[in-house]
Design a protein around this ligand. Structure first.
Ligand SMILES: [Zn+2]
Length: 194
């Protein structure tokens, strides 16, 4: 298959890879980075490569850096999950979710950058002067768009792979030979790898 992307190489040694994912189940997926569009290897749910993860994404800048949200019981957890996904941490400096409890009722969440350039979130019951709350639904919509784009490129990638396998199967010269057997096995393995 011809490669049309800027850099579709993603060998095991690429600095874009999430090497710490490799040992995990689902940790060896080829993913396309939503920031730089390059391929990288990592957990199937990752959306950015390791290089871009170090940079601030536009989404994170817009929705998770010095933002304030009013949240309720239905959206408080999702908000934190998305923040974690984009590299923010709980104010404890861990990848942690602040659990809902009855005393919260309607709660504010604030994100802010700390001295070591980490963006953290914490619950906070009030807005600061001349501050406006960020719209939760706007954030969620943009988040969904990012997920959709990632899913589409995943479908494109798998479709290309299936096509390549089909071509490979059609090109097998002698259906009776051992070569055919091993070629088929190889193609099936490639398909199953996803
Ligand atoms: Zn990237």
């Amino acid at each position: 298959m011809p490669n049309t992307e800027p850099n579709s190489q993603c060998g095991k040694e690429s600095e874009r890879n999430w090497t710490e994912d490799f040992e995990h189940e689902n940790g060896n997926y080829q993913c396309r980075c939503i920031e730089c569009k390059n391929m990288f290897i990592g957990h199937k749910r990752r959306v950015v490569c390791k290089v871009c993860d170090g940079k601030e994404s536009d989404f994170k800048k817009k929705y998770f850096t010095n933002n304030f949200y009013w949240v309720n019981e239905t959206n408080y957890k999702k908000l934190q999950e998305i923040a974690l996904e984009f590299g923010c941490l709980c104010h404890t400096k861990k990848k942690q979710i602040i659990e809902w409890h009855e005393g919260f009722k309607c709660l504010g969440f604030r994100t802010y950058e700390t001295n070591d350039n980490v963006t953290v979130f914490q619950k906070e019951p009030f807005l600061m002067e001349r501050e406006t709350a960020t719209n939760y639904n706007d954030m969620l919509k943009e988040y969904a768009d990012i997920q959709l784009t990632a899913a589409k490129s995943e479908v494109e990638r798998l479709t290309a792979k299936i096509e390549a396998c089909k071509v490979g199967l059609e090109n097998l010269a002698d259906p009776e030979s051992d070569v055919t057997y091993y070629k088929c096995k190889e193609l099936l393995t490639t398909l199953n790898e996803k």
